[in-house]
Design a protein around this ligand. Structure first.
Ligand code: C2E
Ligand code: MG
Ligand code: MG
Ligand code: MG
Length: 283
């Protein structure tokens, strides 16, 4: 089928291609106004201690509901937002909304909950990220330790001249810095060693296959060994089964996230999980 469409390097115009281009345009048009129209919200997925199941932190995940397009998944629209540059504004909204929510939880007595947000490589390129983070923390009276930034290996490849400086500044604010989806991309070990980061997130791509798939088992072991030898924290993503949890505990992975524990939750549902662990709210 793709052979029929591509001749001599020219892509023949087809109805499907036209449809795809129209879909893209429609998404990008709505995306531009989504922040102003209040169409985004955040859900919070618990990060739990893999041994005891206690909630340690949350990852904020963006959700977009548009009256015409319906519910759009971030896997679909974040890429578009990166292409158009809208991600910078959207990322700014995520940062402030996450800080506002943590502030509210603290006011309500939920103590030390830390929230992780996902940061696009475009935000590193387009703005002084450390300044934005400092402003957001100040606006809501939060210490840097209330916030964690997850970024993918893409940020390492782009190698903006100020990347290391930005990381240093963020670290000085007390913000926790993590590489997301570790193992999926280029795993530039040289950078991992060079950047002042605190932890890695083991990609769910490999967690999915354990304990049966031997090459996934090998990758998980390797990532756990890298984290240990570099003195980095490690969070396993996409933990869906008890067998996976047990494998990860045996491997010495301290923290996990996944449907076995909870999906992304509305703020009051997330707080419910904390209620069942009152010791944690004040630890
Ligand atoms: P991510 O940061 O790696 O987030 C993990 C994704 O895996 C989330 O999908 C989460 O809902 C899903 N997940 C969690 N546990 C499980 C599990 O046990 N099994 C499976 N199959 N999936 C699980 P989601 O929310 O659709 O987000 C997809 C990606 O979109 C994120 O991957 C992240 O890269 C990006 N994203 C989400 N929110 C934001 C945001 O606010 N800003 C930016 N720049 N990117 C975001
Ligand atoms: Mg993430
Ligand atoms: Mg991830
Ligand atoms: Mg991912």
């Amino acid at each position: 089928d793709s052979k029929r469409r591509v001749r001599n390097g020219w892509q023949t115009f087809t109805p499907e291609l036209a449809q795809r281009q129209q879909d893209r345009l429609q998404i990008e048009t709505h995306l531009r106004r989504a922040a102003d129209n209040d169409e985004f919200h955040l859900v919070y997925q618990p990060q739990v201690d893999l041994r005891h199941g206690r909630v340690i932190a949350a990852e904020a995940l963006i959700r977009w509901e548009n009256h015409q397009l319906g519910e759009m998944r971030p896997d679909v629209f974040i890429g578009h937002a990166e292409t158009t540059g809208d991600i910078v504004r959207i990322g700014g909204w995520v940062l402030r909304e996450a800080c506002r929510q943590v502030h509210e939880w603290r006011e309500q007595g939920y103590g030390i909950v830390r929230v992780a947000i996902n940061v696009s490589y475009r935000q590193f390129l387009a703005e002084d990220l450390a300044a934005s983070v400092r402003d957001a923390l100040a606006e809501f009276g939060l210490p840097g330790s209330a916030l964690e930034l997850e970024f993918t290996e893409r940020v390492l490849i782009e190698d903006a001249p100020d990347t290391v400086k930005t990381f240093m500044a963020l670290r000085e604010l007390g913000v926790v810095l993590t590489i997301d989806d570790f193992g999926e991309g280029y795993s530039a070990l040289n950078y991992v060693r060079r950047l002042p980061i605190h932890g890695l997130k083991l990609s769910q791509l490999f967690v999915q296959g354990v304990p049966d798939n031997q090459s996934d088992v090998a990758v998980c072991r390797a990532v756990a060994a890298i984290a240990r030898s570099l003195g980095l924290g490690l969070v396993a993503e996409g933990v869906e089964s008890e067998a996976q949890r047990q494998f990860l505990v045996q491997l010495g992975v301290p923290v996990g996230q996944g449907f076995l524990f909870a999906p992304g939750l509305a703020p009051d549902e997330f707080v419910h999980r904390l209620d069942r662990n009152p010791d944690l709210a004040h630890a």
